[in-house]
Each structure stands twice: as structure tokens, then as C-alpha cells.
Write a protein that binds this ligand. Structure first.
Ligand SMILES: [Zn+2]
Length: 278
């Protein structure tokens, strides 16, 4: 899933390509993908794009007059730039926003059907209203330094209400850099460890954004490739100490960590395996 760095770099590319263009068509191609009822897509035609930005993992298309279009790619979503715009309906297509001689096509591969888009009236924040601070904001630091949650750190970092834009990939990478167990809690951290965690999240995000800014065009999971340092790399050596990275599988995701750097040498039980053995 694209996280903050991929979405931020995409927003910057699209802002350059699309700002000040006028929406000539808004084709709803997958009906359940539109999460709002009014205003409808047809009402957007004739609106001019003021800017394209990002909040959390949402792409935010701001229109002149105050309306906004939000796009969330979720697990399997992708965004293609079409030059010139097509009229076909590709498999998994959700929406095609046509802006003169180019179009943004959002589609989804696989069967997850979780990617979506929203059309918001001026002043309506929709799903943005409940997002936590961005990692580079002071409120994120305050939450880490003073938080006493007993939830797993990996869960806290992935919680979009706690901090916006971090997903399972950069949560793994940040915790490895901070040398903290994904299953530790904020409550159990010393003040120094909290500071290290803030710095780790911020530096992992900043480095990833720098890499992403070299990309061109749209965004799709297959094109993202091996962008993580730890995530998806179980069985490979830890970049900090060369120990073999381990994985804990959950139903919906997996957590990758280095036993030497993060868990005092302990190899944590794989939950799926433990259940079979029980
Ligand atoms: Zn290590």
C-alpha cells in the first residue's frame, strides 16, 4: 500500500501536471468506490483544479470554489495518467477524471475493493476530520513523548487517528531504526527511547520521500518495488547488524523485525504457527 512518501510525491507530480486545468469529465466507473452521495461527479464538470496535495494517505484534489476530491488507494489501488484520455473501462476501474487532453484513472487490482474516492463540499473534511497529525508536526512528537498507550507500538504507528500517513511498511522500518520491539508499548518506553522513535519515524519518511521524488508518472504497487528496508524482507539480513530478519504473521498483515536490534535476541512466536500447534 502506498504510504505518506509515495502519496506525497505523487501529489507533487500531479500538482505540476494538472493544476489550473479544468475538469471536462468525471466518469464514475465503479459505483461502490464513490463514498459520498452529493455533490455528484457530474457537478464537478467545469471546475478548475486549484492544487493537488496530500493529507495522511489521501490524495486531495482542491477545486476552485472550495470543493475537494479525495482519493484513497488502499491496498490494491493504482493511479494512472492517461495521455490522451481513454474511453475504455479497464478491469477494476473506479473513476476517470478527465482534464482536457489528459486524465487520471484510478483502478484497483485484486478483489479487495477498498480503494475509494470522495467529493466534498467546501468546509466538509469528510474522512480527513479524524486523522491524527502528520509525522513532521509538533503534535506527533507530543503524542509519542507523553503517550501512555498499552497498545503495541506497531499498532499505534499504523493507527491513522494517532499519526496520519504511516502504514505497516514504514512502521516496520521506523521501529527497526529506533531499535524498538514492535510489540513494546508507549507506556513502557523511557524518555530517551521516545525521542529516538520520533526521530526514526521522521527520518525514515524523509528518506523515502526523497527516493519517491525521483519517480515519474502515476502510481501502482508493482511499480513501487522493494522500497522498504525491513518490511517484506523476512529472511534477509538486517541492514543495521546483519542478523536474519524475522516475521510474525497476523491474519491481515505481517510484522518484520530484527531479534538482535529490537527484541533482545528473542524470536517471537509466529501467531499463525502457534495457533496450529496449540
Ligand atoms: Zn539488526
Amino acid at each position: 500500500m502506498p504510504e505518506l512518501p509515495e502519496m506525497q510525491a505523487l501529489a507533487e507530480r500531479l500538482d505540476t501536471a494538472v493544476s489550473s486545468r479544468t475538469l471536462t469529465r468525471a466518469d464514475l466507473l465503479g459505483f461502490s468506490s464513490l463514498k459520498t452521495v452529493a455533490p455528484g461527479p457530474g457537478e464537478l464538470v467545469g471546475s478548475t483544479v486549484a492544487s493537488i496535495g496530500r493529507r495522511g494517505k489521501y490524495l486531495v484534489v482542491a477545486l476552485q470554489g472550495g470543493r475537494r476530491i479525495l482519493i484513497h488507494l488502499s491496498q490494491g489501488g493504482r493511479l494512472d495518467l492517461e495521455v490522451p484520455p481513454k474511453v475504455t473501462k479497464p478491469r477494476g476501474a473506479l473513476v476517470r477524471l478527465v482534464l482536457g487532453d489528459l486524465a487520471l484513472l484510478v483502478r484497483e487490482h485484486g478483489t479487495q475493493r477498498k480503494a475509494g474516492w470522495w467529493v466534498l463540499e467546501a468546509g466538509d473534511d469528510g474522512p480527513l476530520a479524524t486523522l491524527g497529525p502528520e509525522p513532521d508536526e509538533a503534535d506527533f512528537e507530543t503524542r509519542i513523548l507523553s503517550g501512555d498507550s498499552t497498545r503495541h507500538l506497531h499498532t499505534v504507528l499504523r493507527d491513522q487517528h494517532f499519526v496520519a500517513g504511516v502504514g505497516r511498511g514504514y512502521a516496520d522500518d521506523s521501529l527497526n531504526r529506533a531499535k524498538l520491539s514492535p510489540f513494546a508499548s508507549l507506556r513502557g518506553l523511557a524518555a530517551e527511547q521516545r525521542g529516538v522513535l520520533v526521530d526514526a519515524v521522521r527520518s525514515v519518511m524523509a528518506e523515502a520521500l526523497e527516493r519517491e521524488r525521483r519517480r515519474e508518472g502515476g502510481l501502482s504497487e508493482p511499480r513501487l518495488g522493494e522500497r522498504f528496508l525491513v518490511h517484506n524482507r523476512a529472511g534477509q539480513p538486517c541492514l543495521q547488524c546483519a542478523e536474519t530478519l524475522r516475521v510474525v504473521q497476523f491474519d491481515s498483515h505481517e510484522v518484520v523485525y530484527c531479534p538482535r536490534c529490537q527484541t533482545k535476541g528473542r524470536v517471537l512466536a509466529d501467531r499463525r504457527l502457534s495457533r496450529l500447534l496449540r
